[in-house]
Structure formats: structure tokens, C-alpha cells
Design a protein around this ligand. Structure first.
Ligand code: BTN
Length: 269
């Protein structure tokens, strides 16, 4: 990947809000127990993590920031990242090639499981890895692979506080504090998300994708059976989302037969 510039001059000591829960969860963090880089503010934690990976960072390196000035989401969108209002975290993974496709599915499952472990909130998944409560988005995952697939940076954004999101985001988004009606410990949230990711990633590395796919199906139950629309080869297609296949592609029943959506974005109709 190319040269990147960051706002922050360098990592800061990890605040105790994070250090203590991470230490308590250390034996469940697998590859994420080793290296944690904390920044007050960066452009994007995905960029910092990719830069570390380019310089040889080991699998499991974690980059987290209190704020991002240019946080980005899937499909070229931006990700609102006000200071202290969310969890903005990225990790370097070096998965076997055959695990890469299901990795994005596993990441969404892990984020939903981490949220549930930390807060009790039972969040749902929209393909491939958006975390929703009802019709409003709570968290998202951005997976970015290096050109030759030497590594994947997995970026996770979770809305924690109902902060000053831009109006277009505020209408479609929710936050943990809004859903729970109480304040929240971001350190515990990070520790539980990383522990869940460690567990699901270990399954993928071991070729055990069945548990990940079934966990996704359970969490997506409220969103399966819905009409979806997506763009393919310049046209718009609609159908009913039915399942995911073994590679994580969305199985959609259309008027013309069953289609698999392997990449891109589907919208609920
Ligand atoms: C989505 O569009 O749903 C994905 C959002 C991913 C946001 C996270 S925040 C941490 C990491 N850094 C970024 O710039 N993006 C991801």
C-alpha cells in the first residue's frame, strides 16, 4: 500500500478505561493480546494499521483511536467518528487465502457477539456485516486487503454515544447508549469484540466455517426474507434475501431465479 499521513504524531499510552478490561480478557484475546496502539486522533485507524502491516506488523496488531478525521465506511462512504463517541478500531490479519471470503461475515458476527457480551443487546446483521437494531445501524466493518493479499486490515466502527452525527447519519443510525439508556464502558466493549473476533477467526483459520455461517444466519433471521435491491453490471436487481452460501455470498430469489450476490451493497426495499 502507498505512503499514508496521520494526524497524530504517534501512539499514546493506552487509557486505563481500555487497559484494565483488556488485561482481564487477555487469555481470550488470541492474536489480539500482543500489540495495541492507541491514538488520540488519526485520519483512519485502517490507514495506520495498513502502514504497520506494510512495515511487517505481526498478525493481531490492533490500532484504536479516540477520534478519526477521515474515518471511512464501505462503498466509499465516510464514517462519522466524533471524539469519544464511538469505538474506532482496526486490526491486521494475515489469513489463509481460502478464509478471506468468509472473513467479512465472521467479522460482523464477532462484532454483534462482542456487543452482546459487553451489553446484553441482541443486535441483528444485514448482509454482509452491518450491525443493526431494528431499522437503524449500530456498527459496521470495513475489510481492506493489500494488493497481493499479504494482509487484510479489518476496521470496526461502533456508535457508542448519540453524539453530534451529521443529520443524514443521525436519521439512519443508532448508538449503544441510545439503545441501552445508560452509559457504557468502551474498554469492556473493545475487549469483548476482540475476544469474539479471536474465537471466530480461530474457527476460520482451522477451516471450520460452518459455525460462523450458522451464527450469521441466526443473527440475520430478522433481515432474511426481506426484499433487497442491488446494482450489478449497470442494472438494478430486486429480490428476496433468503440465505448465505458457503462462501458468504447472499442468496436472493428474484423473478428470474436464484442469484448470488458476492460483493457490493444491498439495500432494503
Ligand atoms: C461501514 O460502512 O459499515 C464500515 C464502517 C467501518 C468504520 C471503521 S471505524 C475504524 C476503521 N477506520 C475507518 O476508517 N473505518 C473503520
Amino acid at each position: 500500500m502507498s505512503q499514508r499521513s496521520f494526524l497524530s504524531p504517534g501512539p499514546c499510552p493506552l487509557p486505563s478505561e481500555f487497559a484494565e478490561p483488556l488485561a482481564r480478557a487477555a487469555d481470550r484475546l488470541g492474536p489480539f493480546a500482543g500489540q495495541m496502539f492507541w491514538y488520540a486522533s488519526v485520519s483512519s485507524t485502517n490507514d495506520v494499521a495498513a502502514s504497520l502491516a506494510d512495515r511487517g506488523a505481526a498478525e493481531g496488531a490492533v490500532v484504536a483511536a479516540n477520534a478519526q478525521s477521515a474515518g471511512r465506511g464501505r462503498q466509499g462512504r465516510s464514517w462519522a467518528s466524533p471524539p469519544g463517541a464511538g469505538l474506532y478500531v482496526s486490526t491486521v490479519l494475515r489469513p489463509p487465502r481460502d478464509a478471506v471470503r468468509v472473513l467479512t461475515i465472521a467479522a460482523g458476527v464477532a462484532v454483534a457477539e462482542g456487543i452482546e457480551a459487553a451489553t446484553g443487546l441482541d443486535a441483528a446483521l444485514k448482509w454482509p456485516n452491518d450491525v443493526y437494531v431494528g431499522e437503524r445501524k449500530l456498527a459496521g466493518v470495513l475489510a481492506e486487503a493489500a494488493d497481493a493479499m499479504q494482509y487484510v486490515v479489518l476496521g470496526i466502527g461502533i456508535n457508542v454515544m448519540p453524539a453530534a452525527y451529521p443529520p443524514d447519519v443521525a436519521a439512519r443510525a443508532t448508538s449503544l447508549e441510545e439503545e441501552l439508556g445508560r452509559s457504557l464502558d468502551r474498554g469492556l466493549l473493545l475487549a469483548e469484540c476482540l475476544a469474539a473476533l479471536a474465537r471466530r477467526y480461530d474457527e476460520l483459520r482451522g477451516g471450520r466455517t460452518g459455525g460462523v455461517l450458522d451464527a450469521w444466519r441466526r443473527r440475520a433471521a430478522p433481515t432474511l426474507g426481506r426484499r433487497v435491491r442491488w446494482e450489478a453490471a449497470g442494472s438494478t436487481i430486486e429480490g428476496v434475501a433468503e440465505d448465505i452460501d458457503d462462501t458468504g455470498a447472499l442468496v436472493v430469489r428474484t423473478g428470474g431465479g436464484t442469484m448470488m450476490v458476492a460483493a457490493g451493497e444491498v439495500v432494503w426495499v
